[in-house]
Design a protein around this ligand. Structure first.
Ligand code: C2E
Ligand code: MG
Ligand code: MG
Length: 718
């Protein structure tokens, strides 16, 4: 705020001027806002009052000081129009007599007063106008400056954006919501092999790859409809030359201020190399390096997908193929040739079945598997595969004849799982192998169940022997001539804790396969001899012989002689009361020659019988020289002797065979026992044919030892 100068001019009547200035100040303050205190206002206006008074009296007269007072009023912000009006009026009315102390109104003064009034008003108006102009200009200048700054900022941001847009290594493209491309940068154009101008003519839809996931369009659509704001995915584009470029694509939606979708901005990065590397790595992870076929991982992945996506009733089939004798080829010809053979086989399989849409995979080693495509005939596929393998293979200068075995499984998807299917295929392949080379087997759930039950039995055998779950039953062997019980056959049973009493046909074969028969057989021998020794001590006159079956594997074992001798020694049974039954094949031994042990066994003083005689191949020339005491005629011959001689329709061939066998046996000085005698008629016919002894339900079924004891006690006739 301007300092208020002291009043000046001694020739001006101070008292009058002071009162006038006070009135003026009051008027000014009353009529408008004054940015000064009352005293300051009064002091300022006193200065101007004095200046005006001096101006009126000055010689020569000029209105300029009055103009300056007008300007000063504006500069002091005393700009209320009504205050100016008051000042002008007071100048004309009170001023002359109050300030100038002029009596009346001198004519020469009134002219000057009027000029002062005009000067004051003019100075005031001009100052006011100047100030308004200055203000306007200031406003205008500020406005311009502000606009410049905004423009500069825009220009800066635009420049920065341009620099990023054009210089980016990443492709950037902007498109309208209709898909029309608005702008792309050089990197974008380069990636797709077009010029920027060409792309700006195009629509994004033209660049989409035909094999893009179906969801791709939906996603784009959702975006331009404003339902999505951004998306990121790996996607292919066609280049101008038709080749494909893989990109990592990030799209964002730019909206209008009111939220409506406006543009999409796509940023793409060329990841073709990375993608191809990934693909290569994936291929390597899922394929067998030797044959180039899918490996087991890919096979199981595919199989899993088939099961996941298959309709329940859809059939799934696999052929599990394994080369026959590949190990021998590998060992004799070397792994290099073996590998080349696998390559050839792999290629043939791929050629013959893959073209029908089946997947061929190498599972490892010489195992291949074919996943049969939806509902086609898996057996036909197996046959095709076998034929393809069977054609001669030339590797190096070798010509190889190879064959394979195939396990075929085919069933509705809902009835199995991937792992069950493969387990079944594996088991079936085993059946095919067991049935001989170069063939296929088809999965049979019942057979599989039997196999499983068998396997369970095998697994349980050793513990069963330890736990004493085996028992012996004895079946009488009776003299056909006098009806006396001369011997009993020891027949083993398994008292299974869950399955009940199991007959030997269900486990003797298993025990032979697993070798457990040696331990089991010895237990039977010892138990039978102990029982027989008791019978001999209790009923010495009966001279009951116990007849024990000897499995081929036991008979083949050189230790058998010592075992038998030991059993006789420890039980105390006389050797002549023990008979061992061997089948024809067991007698002949595995070397194709009669067992050496036979003579040593016979030398112990025991009896030897040929079991199931007539069902195997016996060399009669050998038989003559062997220390055999008895032939047991196999059940089927006896079965044929069921009608009496009066039945015209009866076939007497079996009877004639029995007749011939009995004659032969007697010629060799052997006893004959007929097995499986079930009726009195059979017993009668066999007696008529001079058969010595009979065994079968007619004479007594196999029974526990007590039954035999009771029978011995009952009398010699049994
Ligand atoms: P196998 O030595 O020929 O025994 C005779 C079989 O005929 C017995 O069957 C017996 O029960 C059965 N049989 C008895 N009466 C009749 C009849 O009237 N009609 C018919 N059709 N069959 C009759 P099982 O007890 O089932 O024994 C079967 C086979 O198991 C035996 O045939 C024998 O080879 C073998 N086996 C039994 N026990 C032993 C053993 O302790 N060791 C060895 N290695 N094999 C044994
Ligand atoms: Mg027998
Ligand atoms: Mg028999």
């Amino acid at each position: 705020m301007a300092a208020v100068p002291e009043p000046i001019g001694a020739d001006v009547g101070r008292g009058g001027a002071q009162g006038y200035a006070a009135d003026w100040a009051r008027a000014v303050r009353r009529l408008g806002f004054v940015p000064l205190s009352a005293a300051e206002t009064e002091r300022l206006l006193l200065v101007h009052t004095v200046r005006l008074a001096q101006a009126v009296r000055a010689e020569p007269f000029t209105a300029r000081p009055a103009e300056e007072v007008g300007r000063a009023l504006v500069e002091a912000h005393l700009t209320e129009p009504r205050a100016l009006e008051w000042a002008l009026r007071a100048l004309g009315a009170d001023f002359p007599h109050r300030v100038l102390a002029a009596a009346g109104r001198p004519a020469d003064l009134s002219e000057r007063i009027a000029a002062v009034q005009g000067g004051l008003a003019a100075g005031y108006a001009r100052a006011l106008r100047d100030r308004t102009f200055a203000q306007q200009e200031r406003i205008a200048r500020s406005a311009w400056q502000a606009r410049d700054e905004v423009e500069q900022a825009l220009r800066d941001s635009e420049a920065r954006f341009r620099a990023v847009f054009t210089g980016a290594a990443i492709g950037i493209g902007i498109a309208g919501v209709d898909g029309q491309i608005i702008d792309v940068n050089q990197a974008f154009a380069d990636m797709l092999g077009y010029s920027i101008e060409e792309l700006c003519q195009a629509n994004v839809a033209e660049l989409f790859h035909a094999d893009d996931a179906a969801g791709m369009w939906d996603l784009y659509q959702e975006m331009v409809e404003g339902k999505q704001d951004s998306a990121r995915l790996e996607k292919r584009y066609y280049r101008k030359d038709g080749s494909v470029v893989w990109t990592d694509l990030a799209v964002s939606l730019i909206r209008h201020d009111d939220g409506r979708p406006r543009f999409t901005v796509a940023m793409i990065e060329d990841i073709t190399e990375r993608y191809e590397l990934q693909q290569r790595l994936r291929f390597q992870a899922l394929h067998d390096p030797l044959t180039g076929l899918p490996n087991r991982t890919l096979f199981f992945e595919t199989l899993g997908r088939v099961f996941d996506s298959a309709a329940p009733e859809r059939r799934v089939g696999v052929c599990f193929l394994d080369l026959d004798g590949f190990k021998a080829i590998n060992d004799s010809l070397g792994h290099d040739l073996g590998d080349r053979l696998l390559v050839v086989i792999g290629r043939r399989l791929a050629e013959c079945v893959a073209e029908h849409g089946h997947l061929v995979a190498r599972m490892g080693g010489d195992e291949f598997v074919i996943l049969v495509d939806g509902g086609q005939d898996a057996v036909a596929v197996a046959q095709t595969a076998l034929a393809a393998v069977a054609a001669p293979v030339h590797v190096g200068d070798q010509q190889l004849a190879v064959s394979a075995s195939v396990g075929v499984v085919e069933c509705p998807a809902e009835e199995t799982t991937a792992s069950e299917l493969m387990k079944a295929a594996d088991a079936t392949l085993y059946w095919a192998k067991a049935a001989g080379r170069g063939r296929y087997a088809v999965y049979d759930p019942e057979r599989s169940a039997r196999d499983l039950a068998r396997a369970a039995l095998v697994a349980g055998l050793p513990a069963a022997l330890e736990r004493g779950e085996f028992v012996l039953h004895y079946q009488p062997i009776v003299s056909l001539l006098e009806g006396r019980m001369l011997a009993v056959e020891a027949l083993v049973r398994w008292q299974h804790p869950e399955l009940g009493l199991i007959g030997p046909d269900r486990f003797i074969g298993l025990a032979e396969e697993t070798g457990l028969i040696v331990g089991l057989g010895e237990w039977v021998l010892r138990t039978a001899c102990r029982d027989a020794e008791r019978w001999w001590r209790e009923f010495p006159d009966a001279r009951l012989v116990v007849s024990v079956n000897l499995a081929a594997r036991q008979a083949d074992d050189p230790a058998i002689v010592d075992t038998v001798a030991d059993v006789l020694a420890t039980t105390g049974l006389p050797a002549e009361l023990l008979q061992l039954e061997l089948t024809e094949s067991a007698v002949m031994g595995s070397a194709g020659e009669p067992l050496r042990s036979l003579h040593r066994l016979a030398a112990l003083g025991i009896r030897l019988a040929v079991d199931d005689f007539g069902t195997g191949y016996s060399n009669l020339a050998y038989l003559r020289r062997l220390p055999i005491h008895c032939l047991k005629l196999a059940g089927p011959f006896v079965e044929g002797i069921r009608a009496d001689g009066t039945d015209v329709a009866a076939d007497h061939r079996d009877e004639r065979i029995v007749d011939a066998l009995v004659r032969l046996a007697h010629a060799l000085e052997l006893w004959v026992t007929a097995e499986a005698v079930e009726t009195g008629v059979q017993a009668e016919r066999l007696r008529a044919l001079r058969c010595d002894t009979g065994q079968g339900r007619y004479f007594g079924a196999p029974a526990p030892a007590e039954v035999i004891t009771a029978r011995l006690r009952g009398g010699a006739a049994g």
